[in-house]
Structure formats: C-alpha cells, structure tokens
Design a protein around this ligand. Structure first.
Ligand SMILES: Cc1ncc(COP(=O)(O)O)c(C=O)c1O
Length: 399
C-alpha cells in the first residue's frame, strides 16, 4: 500500500514554509564564508572580539567548585534573585525571584510563553514589519500568526488595526520594543491605550488576551529615549529578555521569561507553578550551568552604546545625504530604510556586486525595504558607504 504521509509533521512543514526565505538567505551568505573582502551588514552578529566582561565572567566559572557544578540546572535561586532585583529597578515593578524563568535566550523564553498560555488553533497578533521568527515558532505549536501592519509612516502600533484583528481565537499580542527592524520604542501612552484595548477585548471575547513583551533590545537605546515595559501597563504581560544582544554574544544562550508583578495572585501562582514543569517538558529549556553562574557578573556588561550611536549617526547621515529614506532608530542595532528604486531584491543584488551585504525587506514581508545591522565595525561601514552612494544614485535615477 502506498504511504500517504510525508516524513515531516504538519507543524514542521508549516514552520519550514514560514521561515524559508530567512533560512535560504542565511544559506546564501554561507557561500561567502572565508572571504575577507565581504562587507557584511546583515545579521546582528559580532564582528569584533567578545567583550572582556563576558569573557571574564565565563572563564571564572569553568573550573568546577563542587561535585554538582555541572549537575542538571533548572531555575537556580541565585540568578533568579539577581534578575528579579535588576528588573525591579529597571522596570519599576516589584518582581520576585519566583516570577523569573531562566531560558536559552529570548528564543527560549518566547517558546516557553507560547506553551504556557497558547493552545492549538489559537491566534497571535504580530505587528509587522517585525521579527521573522515569531511566525514559525507559532506554527510549531499549532498557533496561527495574524499579521497586523504597523503605522507605515511612524511604525507605531496601529491600535485600531489590532482591535479589528482580535477574534474569539486571539490569545496573544506580541509587542517588541525597541522594535526589530524599525528601531521604534513605543511610548507609555501608546502602551496604556493598548492595555485598555486588550482589557475590553478580553471581556468582549470572554477570555484573556495575553501580551508577550519581547524586550531583548531593552537596554540598547539612543539619545536617552525612555523605555516603558508593557508589563507596567497591562497585568497579563509576559516579558522575555535575552543577554545575547546587550553582550553581542548570541551564541551564549541566556535569557529569561518574567511574569508581570501586576498579575492577579491566582494567575501569578498558577504560572509560577507551571514554569519548571513546562520548561522541563519542552526539552530542558534552561540555560547551561556556566551561563547561570555568570548572571551576576553579566548584569552590568554591555556593548559600547556611545560607539553604536556613532555608527548609527554616521550611517544615517551618509544615507540621507545620498537621498535614501531611512528611519532614525530609537533603539536596537538596526537601520530600516526604503530600498532606492522600490525593489529590495534588485537593491540588495546591486550592493552584493560591490561585496556589500544587507538584509532585504522581503524577509520582513516588506519587499520595498532593507535592513542594515550596525554591529559591523565602523571600518566596514566606512568602506561600504561608496557602494551605497553609487547604487543609490543609480537606482534613484531609475537606471
Ligand atoms: C525581536 C527579537 N526577539 C527575539 C530574538 C531572539 O534573541 P536571542 O537569539 O538572543 O534569543 C531576536 C534575535 O534576533 C530578535 O530580534
């Protein structure tokens, strides 16, 4: 008898389909490995040696100090205490250690959040353009992404559009501030309006809509722009964070999911009690022992934000003088702009001919835009600028 099923699960196929353009792009960059003439402005990866503070923190914990140094680690007390104290100061909310689940970066925390509150068939609202991994992660738990455009001029949340997108199946709204790829940091008043909207929508549909606040770029902001976490505005908020961005070391997996201290006690207790069992059921979703030991030393370590600001200003200024329309980011290490000539694929290909690589907006479902990562060195940025000038001039002139 003929076999009717493919080897892959329906969920896996849906996730593969959803992330396909990104993995294809990633694979195409692999062909450049080993070439040192390439000016890579694509992913938010490090281009210089790791931060001293990170290296010291890790090195000082590799030598075992007890028999259980490398035993199974779950949500260990010391890092939870350090994180809840830091969060209390940073967000002005009273976090307890029990509100913090230690995860493999923001990725692990988002996966945990979806498993804690999402069911198969539930919908999650994703403001777009936004990070390309939410949708495949949703597919893998049989949830449906519902993409809702941000305001095309300001990249603010379009509250009316979010309201229209809410259905009886809506379970989660994802807010990413500072936002990848736009660099927007949403102000308090906008988050308060969103909270009001979600409160009345929850009553209307007869079940709670959760807010997942994806904050891995929370500490990477420019010009003193204040940060407000949605957790301070809407009690049913789960906050995820990663150390991978601020340390520019995404290969060392460390992050957390935190429950808003404003959650009513019954919900807070139920979620607290579910953290470890669900993390375990996900396949041991905790960070490695050495990263857990390092939390206390890593809290204050950061990439150089002054240098990052210099790179932002240099790139933004140069591109604008060359006639590009580029958004001024308030946070993150990305620049988001309109592809000159209106065709991202053509623009990206023209730059690649000059050995300059940027990310096409097609990966964010915006085929007329592009994203630059400012994690490249200032030297790389300087060397790339003549290509931006030439290609921009040609495409803007319609040639
Ligand atoms: C918006 C956003 N959320 C989450 C993540 C995942 O972060 P990490 O790899 O540190 O877990 C990223 C990484 O690029 C991101 O841009």
């Amino acid at each position: 008898m003929a076999l009717t099923r493919t080897e892959l699960s329906t969920r896996a196929r849906a996730a593969v389909g959803e992330i396909g353009p990104v993995t294809d792009f990633f694979a195409s960059l692999r062909e450049l490995d080993g070439r040192d003439d390439v000016l890579d402005l694509t992913f938010g990866n490090p281009h210089e040696m790791p931060l001293d503070g990170l290296v010291r923190a890790i090195s000082s914990h590799t030598e075992p100090r007890s028999v259980d140094w490398f035993a199974y680690k779950s949500n260990e007390n010391e890092p939870r205490e350090v994180i809840s104290t830091a969060l209390t100061t940073e967000l002005g909310l009273d976090f307890a250690p029990e509100d913090v689940a230690l995860t493999q970066g923001a990725f692990g925390a988002i996966a945990l959040a979806l498993r804690l509150v999402g069911d198969a068939g539930d919908e999650a609202i994703l403001p777009t353009p936004g990070w390309f991994c939410y949708a495949p992660m949703l597919r893998l738990v049989d949830m449906a992404p519902v993409k809702v455009p941000l305001d095309p001029q300001t990249y603010d949340l379009d509250l009316a559009a979010i309201e229209r997108a809410i259905t009886p199946r809506t379970r989660v709204v994802v807010v990413n501030s500072p936002a990848n790829p736009t660099g927007r940091v949403y102000p308090r008043q906008q988050l308060e309006s969103l909270a009001d909207l979600l409160e009345s929508a929850s009553v209307r549909i007869g079940r709670r809509v959760w807010l997942l606040s994806d904050e891995p770029y929370r500490r990477i902001r420019f010009d003193g722009v204040p940060f407000v976490s949605p957790a301070a505005c809407y009690p049913w908020t789960l906050v995820d964070y990663s150390y991978g961005k601020v340390l520019l070391a995404p290969g060392q997996r460390l992050g957390y999911l935190a429950l808003s201290p404003l959650l009513p006690t019954p919900e807070r207790d139920a979620l607290r009690a579910a953290l470890v069992p669900v993390q375990l059921s996900m396949g041991w979703g905790f960070p490695d022992a050495i990263m857990q030991y390092s939390v206390a030393d890593l809290e204050d370590v950061s990439i150089d934000l002054v240098e990052l600001t210099r790179k932002r200003d240099r790139m933004l200024g140069a591109l604008r003088s060359a006639g590009y329309r580029v958004t001024r980011p308030e946070g993150t290490f990305y620049l988001w702009g309109d592809a000159p000539g209106g065709d991202a694929a053509r623009f990206v290909a023209a730059l690649a001919e000059r050995d300059v690589y940027v990310m096409p907006g097609t990966l964010f479902e915006r085929p007329q835009h592009f994203r630059i990562s400012l994690t490249a060195t200032m030297g790389t940025i300087e060397r790339a600028l003549p290509a931006f000038d030439d290609v921009g001039a040609r495409l803007l002139a319609g040639r």
